[in-house]
Design a protein around this ligand. Structure first.
Ligand code: GLU
Length: 322
């Protein structure tokens, strides 16, 4: 694993990104797009983009790194950061910190645990986190806070919220509504369900390119310009904790396999994006809309696996002997 004292070899990163992009474009398997959100069903699977922002401020990009895509569940990392900032450890009274072993929108576990979601990245947990933010900021206030957060980190560059995707997520969101009702039944949900749903689908419908997402992710890097460390110890502490949850719960029921193959804290979304962090070193965004059986980007995961094979960035160490 890289530490902050070890220089980053930019040529090595550029060679890796160029090679991986070429390999991904030649792939014969692209996975399947999500059927969960009607408006995302039409997305062509044949896209691949990748961007790496290093702690030195360099950006290395490959493929369609400037094409915006629906960030979906990657936005759960941003609402978690905002809720942890607002509530501190109080948050953990409402949401757990354990992997679920169930699909992203499973309801079974929520009943078993009496309305207490296993972690903030499954839908039930993300919805309770957003309920807390909506309670503090109001429905539109929550969306504005997430947008302001993203805007700051993309340095004011414009980005969109796709209303059609938001509407389609909402209309097809019966299970999400059921999760909120069940949490409410057990006393772990305070706000109006429609208001939280509206905030949730709008933050999920944010569209960013890989280049922009890598820039937003830099708040989780522990070193470098604008990294968590520069915002003080509480921000650094949150980054460390959020990354631990990304490692154990960030890819839903595929989190174990992802840690085994890639070895980085990361969060995926059903739009086919993945944000991965190399602590102290880099923020990485990949996008390929075709998903695997767990709902994670098939080629995005493969690209990250190849990257940590080539560059010794896995938090578990390198695999080369020399
Ligand atoms: N808005 C999506 C849903 O609730 C997000 C799912 C995801 O990206 O994993 O189904």
């Amino acid at each position: 694993m890289q530490d902050s004292s070890r220089p980053i070899d930019l040529d090595e990163v550029e060679r890796a990104v160029a090679g991986i992009t070429e390999q991904m474009r030649a792939s014969e398997q692209w996975g399947e797009v999500s059927t969960r959100i009607e408006a995302l069903k039409e997305v062509d699977t044949h896209h691949f983009g990748m961007a790496i922002l290093t702690r030195d401020g360099d950006i290395v990009a490959g493929g369609e790194a400037d094409t915006p895509f629906s960030i979906q569940s990657i936005s759960k990392v941003f609402s978690l950061e905002l809720a942890l900032e607002a509530y501190g450890d109080e948050l953990w009274k409402r949401v757990g910190r354990e992997p679920s072993g169930d699909p992203f929108n499973s309801i079974i576990d929520l009943e078993r645990h009496e309305g207490h979601p296993r972690n903030p990245f499954i839908n039930a947990g993300a919805l309770v986190v957003i309920d807390m933010l909506v309670e503090k900021l109001g429905g539109e206030g929550e969306v504005t806070a997430v947008i302001d957060f993203v805007s700051d980190l993309v340095d004011g560059e414009g980005f969109g919220i796709n209303e059609e995707v938001a509407r389609s997520d909402e209309t097809g969101g019966h299970l999400n509504r059921a999760l909120m009702s069940l949490a409410k039944h057990f006393g772990n949900f305070r706000c109006d369900i429609d208001q939280v749903m509206d905030a949730y689908v709008h933050q999920c419908a944010i569209e960013l390119s890989c280049r922009q997402l890598a820039r937003v992710g830099r708040f989780l890097m522990l070193e470098g310009p604008d990294a968590a460390s520069n915002r003080g110890d509480p921000a650094r502490c949150r980054a460390r904790r959020i990354m631990s949850l990304m490692m154990t719960c960030g890819q839903y029921d595929g989190s174990g396999d992802f840690a085994y193959r890639v070895g980085l804290p990361a969060k995926s979304g059903v739009g086919g994006g993945i944000l991965a962090i190399v602590p102290n070193t880099a923020s990485i965004a990949v996008w390929a809309p075709g998903l695997d059986a767990n709902g994670n980007s098939l080629l995005g995961t493969l690209a990250l696996e190849l990257l940590t094979d080539r560059i010794e960035w896995s938090v578990f160490g390198g695999i080369r002997t020399q």
